[in-house]
Design a protein around this ligand. Structure first.
Ligand SMILES: [Zn+2]
Length: 449
């Protein structure tokens, strides 16, 4: 069996390009298409036949298309280049020892505070600063990356069906409190269609396989197999202490004491010889010192985010204020404060923090979007357009931003330009209320083609 899918899509995938529209087609694929997309392949790891929903070209395409949006949702790579380089170096050592060394692996430490690490099917990986600041040595980091590399090598995302991965392009909206005016409603709509892939969870079987592969790569790279054991102990104990914080980690990689025991057994038996290998604690501590210095700031942000999740805004605001007091130039703290104020309908103050975040880290796109959304809700469409356009240039392909650019242009009375954005938005395969609105404007203006 081979993969079958429409010719045009096949061609773009072959060129390693996939338009958002094609991605949406893939995502929204009907049951029939779902069946059509499936094929058999040989597991790169075991050599056994596996059913996959994505070709290797598609795996690469998903990375190229969707990963940048997800990394930005997690507030982009930390600005400390040395930390990113260090983590990349560890990853690169492992990837070369894996079963699919040809994949386009890449690594970054994200500004996100929650405890997580994830990979896209082609190997684009993100490790949050929340988890990195908790690790104790390089072998634990290698275990974490090895586990993710394990998912890539066993083609778990492809096995889980290409569609379900892409289907999640649904959007961590900005959770804007839409006002009672139509304007407010529009702002809310656009924020909800922002593109981002939520990585769906893996099965227990896949987690076990990724653990086993990760431990194998870890040892091959010259680390003690106990790195995996310590990583699991850390996560299991954190889950007990602060379950909310690890929710995402556990939903995309369900943890269990069973996995911990399995890792321990393998370290004691199969990999017993690795026990004396250096865990590289000092090297790890040296290279991640800048993160550990702001650990209290990260902890404040984590508390703030937990409070936000339960809509306990005053507590969240206090936590973010504390984080900013500790580290005034922290992008994540300023950004979250803006979101927290926005959730309390304090757009004016929120805008100050969003613009502060923007000034701290202009290369990261989210603060531009948030500033744009806030400017829109403050009836400042000109400024809104400038912010949104900046986002669009840094991170093209976000349907929500395209829609909001239309709204901002419409608000400034620039109808033809607004129509162009609405048309672009609809061409992205948009549906739902925002699409209905865009359609109705185009119709009213006689601008439908
Ligand atoms: Zn996993």
């Amino acid at each position: 069996m081979t993969d079958t899918y429409p010719q045009a899509l096949a061609q773009s995938l072959h060129k390693n390009q996939i338009s958002r529209r094609q991605a949406l087609w893939l995502m929204g694929a009907s049951t029939a298409a779902t069946v059509g997309l499936q094929g058999c392949a040989q597991s790169p790891v075991t050599g056994e036949r596996i059913v996959v929903g994505m070709s290797e070209a598609q795996e690469r395409a998903v990375d190229a298309e969707v990963a940048p949006h997800q990394f930005s949702q997690d507030l982009g790579p930390v600005q400390d280049r040395a930390v990113n380089d260090y983590v990349s170096g560890v990853g690169q050592r492992l990837q070369g020892l894996s079963h699919r060394p040809q994949m386009p692996y890449s690594y970054r430490v994200l500004n996100a505070n929650y405890v997580n690490a994830y990979t896209f099917p082609g190997g684009a990986m993100g490790v949050t600063r929340g988890i990195l600041a908790d690790l104790q040595d390089e072998s634990e980091l290698a275990a974490l990356l090895g586990h993710e590399i394990g998912h890539v090598n066993a083609r778990h995302a492809a096995q889980r069906q290409g569609q379900s991965m892409l289907a999640q392009v649904a959007v961590l909206g900005l959770n804007i409190a839409a006002g009672d005016s139509q304007w407010g409603g529009l702002v809310g709509l656009g924020s909800q269609v922002g593109a981002s892939a939520l990585l769906a969870g893996y099965s227990r079987e896949h987690e076990r396989e990724a653990d086993a592969l990760g431990q194998q790569y870890l040892v091959k790279a010259g680390y003690p197999a106990s790195g995996m054991t310590r990583l699991h102990s850390l996560l299991v104990s954190e889950q007990k202490e602060q379950p909310g914080l690890l929710e995402t980690m556990f939903s995309s990689h369900p943890m269990s004491s069973e996995r911990l025991e399995t890792a321990r057994r393998a370290a004691d038996t199969t990999y017993a010889a690795s026990a004396r290998a250096p865990a590289q604690r000092e090297r790890f501590m040296d290279h991640t010192a800048s993160l550990r210095r702001i650990k209290p700031t990260i902890a404040d942000c984590q508390q703030g985010e937990l409070a936000m999740a339960t809509k306990t805004y005053p507590a969240a605001q206090a936590a973010f204020a504390s984080a900013i007091k500790r580290t005034p130039q922290d992008y994540a703290a300023n950004f979250r404060m803006a979101q927290c104020l926005q959730a309390q309908n304090q757009a004016q103050q929120a805008r100050r923090y969003a613009e502060a975040a923007q000034a701290i880290y202009p290369q990261e796109a989210q603060a531009h979007k948030l500033s744009g959304v806030l400017a829109l809700s403050l009836r400042d469409p000109g400024a809104a357009f400038a912010h949104l356009d900046r986002f669009d240039r840094q991170l093209p392909g976000d349907p929500g931003v395209t829609f909001l650019k239309g709204v901002a242009l419409e608000g400034s009375g620039q109808r033809p330009q607004a129509a162009a954005q609405y048309r672009r938005f609809l061409q992205m395969g948009a549906s739902g209320q925002a699409a209905q609105y865009a359609n109705s404007r185009l119709q009213a203006w006689g601008a439908l083609r």
